[in-house]
Ligand binder design. Structure first.
Ligand SMILES: Cc1ncc(C[n+]2csc(CCOP(=O)(O)OP(=O)(O)O)c2C)c(N)n1
Ligand SMILES: [Mg+2]
Length: 369
């Protein structure tokens, strides 16, 4: 039974890889291996992108290391390309697991000519039309009201799509979050709100963020169920999100799911190496020991189907190769030139923009820039 408003996070697999409830039959060793592979791919994507950042080949990146079970588990709980996703800036593991092409993701991070947004967005703020994955906004919680509106439209149109809206724990202190939750609740809109509670909003700990004991409890105020799940247990994430997504799809209104997890890396390059000033090494160490990837490995070991060291190394080098190839292909397309600033917005460029373009052309051709 999957109940809302539990005091402890719902869990299927303990930290040492033992099932604490019956393992649902769909989690065969083959499926668990697939999930493990996707989580390793996302983890290695982080590693490679942090390196690219340090090399100055991109200028912004926010790691999701430690949060892979939540994001990959969520990807597996939606109907990709059918449901709509209003994500936040740490959701590349979600995007990759939903089938956003590595080449598109890397191109966006590098802002090359192959980037679908042609370098206009902040790096690491991608969108994917085929996956109904809406362009990421950096403004915390700004995706929540439009996600609620999207879900209201789905209800009025009578589709069987749902909207999924993700955000961090810090986002729940924003006015936009409350406005969006309230509207979705009042309208009975099919919106699945997923809080990726990594317990920190840059340097602000959850305990300083809210006096509520948990995030999911806030759902009560908006007339929707709130679920609490161990976000480092991919089986639990998929069981709970699968169940809740089906309820939302069945017309029972919106729901909030809080996935309790942890970011083991820095918030972004904005606080790289600064995290030692706001959290202890011991705390990070405790959560490293709860690694969601290792948990699946331990479960597979328990099931008598261990992932061998060679297999793991193979997965890591395949992910590195995939990123390297995407980077080289993206960089080969070059950087967009200044003219793109004036393209793709107006069918007929207004006079003030024509004047600005002419001014810039003169600057460029005069060799001053
Ligand atoms: C409206 C707004 N205020 C402040 C910021 C600066 N800022 C960027 S990320 C962040 C923390 C968000 O934390 P959380 O929602 O928990 O997500 P996490 O980064 O932990 O995944 C803040 C305050 C912002 N981007 N937008
Ligand atoms: Mg957070």
């Amino acid at each position: 039974m999957i109940q809302p408003f539990t005091s402890d996070p719902l869990r299927w697999v303990s930290e040492d890889g033992q099932p604490v409830r019956d393992l649902p039959v769909r989690f065969t060793p083959e499926v668990l291996r697939e999930l493990h592979g996707e989580m390793v791919r996302a983890r290695e994507f982080d590693r490679k992108l942090v390196t690219l950042l340090r090399q100055g080949r991109t200028t912004f990146y926010a790691q999701a290391s430690g949060m892979e079970a939540t994001q990959v588990g969520l990807a597996r709980s939606l109907r990709v390309g059918h449901d709509w996703v209003w994500p936040y800036y740490r959701d590349h593991a979600l995007g990759l697991a939903m089938g956003v092409p590595m080449a598109d993701l890397v191109s966006q991070c590098l802002g090359t000519n192959s980037d679908l947004s042609r370098g206009r967005q902040m790096p690491h703020h991608f969108a994917a039309a085929r996956q109904n994955f809406v362009s990421i906004s950096s403004s915390i919680a700004s995706q929540v009201p439009p996600a609620a509106g999207n879900a209201m439209a789905q209800k009025y149109l009578g589709t069987d799509e749902i909207t999924v809206c993700t955000f961090g724990d810090g986002a729940t202190s924003e006015g936009d979050w409350h406005a969006g939750m309230n509207m979705a609740g009042a309208a009975g809109a099919p919106c699945l709100f997923v809080c990726e509670n990594n317990q920190w909003a840059i340097s602000t700990n959850l305990r300083a963020q809210t006096a509520s004991e948990t995030i999911h409890i806030k759902a009560k105020a908006y007339g929707m169920p709130g679920y609490y799940v161990d976000g480092n247990d991919i089986v639990a994430v998929m069981e709970v999100l699968g169940h809740v997504a089906a309820e939302v799809r069945a017309g029972k209104g919106p729901a909030l799911v809080e996935c309790l997890t942890y970011r083991v890396g820095s918030h972004s390059n904005a606080d790289a190496d600064a995290e030692k000033f706001y959290r202890t090494r011991e705390e990070v160490g405790e959560w490293l020991a709860r690694d969601p990837i290792v948990r699946v490995e331990r479960l597979l070991e328990h099931l008598g189907q261990p992932v061998t060291a060679e297999e793991r190394a193979g997965l890591i080098s395949a992910a590195h190769r995939e990123v390297d190839e995407a980077v080289l292909a993206a960089e080969a397309t070059g950087q967009p030139d200044w003219r793109i600033m004036f393209e793709d917005v107006y069918a007929d460029t207004p006079v003030h923009l024509r004047e600005q373009a002419a001014f810039l052309r003169q600057e460029q051709e005069g060799g001053r820039a």
